[in-house]
Design a protein around this ligand. Structure first.
Ligand code: FAD
Length: 545
């Protein structure tokens, strides 16, 4: 099979036009094209008067060799890459050795659990939150009734942090083994729309994520895996031998039991602050890591569509437009858009009482009125929160608590209009053209009460710059809510080339919480890598016998 890339057609082209373009580009007659399928579809919107779809197409031809020979050196006609997933090792049939444990059922833990189950290792998945259906009710409880369950919310529970999200599934990670493809294939098997396999910027939306997560659980259980919900890992039992070598030997669980385990994937996400504290106290190597903080900014989606797509705004194939923006400030800080959700809503994303955190989500249709995005500023341990490996957590907590107070309590988010922020005054009174979507509500005030000066100064500098790129971006009525603090993990739990903690064997730090991923896809890919490394280690003695 050959892959033909950079094939451009107008938005309103027909299937016949696509076939004709393929034959034309390859210099063949129609009967020579046996079959084709879309490998990737994106768009080129640089010229708004002539937006084009850009395809990568896999073709089966009656005389592939001749066509390949004619296109030697053509970077857009190449053999189709082999993206099939192959397990590096499988447990012997009927294997009943020690079961690996996965802590956390987010995308990282879910894929780690699935791969381990597919390899025949019957993992035990321990998750502090509830199964996804019950968790959904609790999450809505905060948004609708201002009631937070600290163990069952946007961050904690089956499906992890990305369950109530836009479900964007792209990432800039290097992926020479096409592990991202394995993730997407498993998601489609579990009920995700097929188009995630070829859209350049795929997304799933919240409702479908919920059913997918349930379906993947069923698969893992059918393969002999086991879930323990509402069970938090509270402590780690580590043994040290005479040479100082440390080995994880088991987990203390919140139901009072002890789970012996020498192979544990730790995929706890970036909000498991208590767990990071325990790991540090047990001597596991934990270090502070940079992340970013700022606000969520909301615009009418129609403004973003117009800015990106001009007269094609609203076109069904293009869908709701996304954007990404970056500005290098004179203060040497970077302001950037983060986790942009077209046609979505801002959500309350705290997992701790009396704190306010923002994030964004949308449904598959992306049909809600506003676009939202994080607008965040990079921060760094040595400059902004010196004081040890866990100092970033205290830094986050401080601003999240101040946001709770600035929002007036009851989990409303503090908000400010862009015009007021730029003029250096508090907002009050009514909302203008832009009505914020955050529930349980927004209290207009001064965001200086809950964000560091240098963050607001950087955002003030960036807004007019972004306004020149996206007309309306810095409109005075545009609303910002805060605080956006959970952009990535404030710690890294460093691991070695064997994917185990650098000072505690048997502990496999993984995913976003350990500092090795940022987003659903990269966390899931990391879950696969870690599961493979764990299985190779676990099965090595069995195979040697
Ligand atoms: P998590 O998903 O955080 O999962 C960790 C799991 O571990 C949780 O279920 C938690 O309950 C459990 N856990 C924690 N501590 C313990 C313990 N001690 N014992 C047992 N269990 C424990 N990313 C995207 O790529 N696209 C998006 O559109 C997107 N939108 C988002 C929207 C929102 C509202 C949020 C909050 C995040 C969004 N993200 C998005 C980020 C994405 O969700 C995360 O990057 C991803 O979920 C990280 O995966 P993970 O498995 O490493 O950790």
């Amino acid at each position: 099979m050959l892959r033909l890339t950079e094939l451009k057609l107008p938005l309103d082209h027909s299937a016949d036009d696509l076939e004709a373009a393929i034959c034309d580009r390859l210099g063949i007659e129609r009967p020579g094209l046996v079959r084709y399928s879309i490998a990737k579809r994106g768009n080129d919107a640089r010229r708004k008067s002539a937006i084009q779809l850009v395809y990568a197409i896999d073709v089966t031809l009656s005389d592939e060799e001749a066509v390949a020979a004619r296109h030697v050196g053509d970077k857009d006609v190449r053999p189709t890459p082999d993206t099939a997933y192959r397990f590096p090792v499988m447990a012997p049939a009927g294997w009943d050795g020690p079961r690996p444990v996965v802590i956390g059922a987010g995308p990282c833990g879910l894929l780690a659990g699935l791969i381990l189950a597919q390899m025949g290792l019957r993992p035990i998945i321990v998750e502090r939150g509830k199964a996804v259906r019950e968790r959904t009710k609790d999450t809505w409880g905060l948004w609708r009734r201002s009631v937070l369950d600290p163990e069952s919310n946007v961050q904690f529970g089956e499906g992890g942090a990305g369950t109530f999200s836009d479900g964007k599934l792209y990432s800039r990670i290097k992926d020479p083994r096409h592990l991202g493809r394995k993730v997407l294939v498993e998601f489609v098997k579990a009920g995700a729309p097929d188009d995630i396999l070829y859209e350049a910027h795929p997304h799933i939306g919240t409702f479908r994520l919920v059913t997918m997560v349930m379906s993947m659980r069923e698969t893992i259980e059918q393969l002999g895996g086991e879930y323990r919900f509402q069970t938090r890992v509270e402590d780690f039992e580590v043994e040290e031998d005479a040479s100082g070598q440390r080995q994880l030997v088991g987990l203390h669980l919140s139901d009072g039991s002890f789970l012996p385990a020498r192979h544990v994937v730790m995929a706890v996400g970036h909000s498991a602050r208590d767990t990071f504290g325990v790991l540090h106290a047990r001597g596991v190597h934990v270090e502070a890591k940079p992340f970013a903080i700022g606000v969520r900014i909301e615009h009418p989606q129609s403004w973003i569509d117009r800015a990106r797509y001009g007269t094609f705004a609203g076109n069904k194939i293009l869908g709701a437009a996304a954007y990404s923006a970056t500005h290098q400030c004179s203060t040497r800080r970077t302001v950037y858009s983060f986790c942009m959700c077209p046609g979505g809503r801002v959500v309350a994303a705290t997992s701790e009482k009396d704190r306010v955190v923002t994030n964004g989500m949308s449904q598959y249709s992306r049909a809600e009125f506003n676009a939202n995005s994080g607008l965040v500023v990079d921060i760094d341990p040595s400059r902004d929160y010196p004081g040890g490996p866990l100092a970033g957590i205290e830094f986050q907590r401080k601003w999240e608590s101040l946001a709770f107070v600035a929002g007036g309590g009851s989990y409303r988010a503090p908000g400010q209009k862009v015009g007021d922020l730029l003029a250096g005054r508090a907002s009050s009174g009514d909302f203008g053209t832009v009505v914020p979507s955050y529930k349980p509500g927004v209290h207009l005030t001064d965001l200086a009460q809950c964000l560091p000066d240098y963050v607001l100064a950087s955002i003030r500098e960036a807004l007019p710059v972004f306004g020149r790129q996206i007309p309306g971006y810095d409109h005075p009525d545009v609303i910002m809510t805060g605080v956006e603090t959970r952009t990535s993990s404030p710690v890294r739990i460093r691991r070695g080339p064997d994917f185990q903690s650098i000072n505690t064997r048997g502990l496999y730090p993984a995913g976003e919480g350990a500092g090795y991923a940022g987003g659903i896809l990269s966390a899931a890919v990391d879950g696969i890598k870690v599961a493979e490394a764990l299985a190779l280690d676990l099965l090595a003695p069995a195979e040697a016998n």
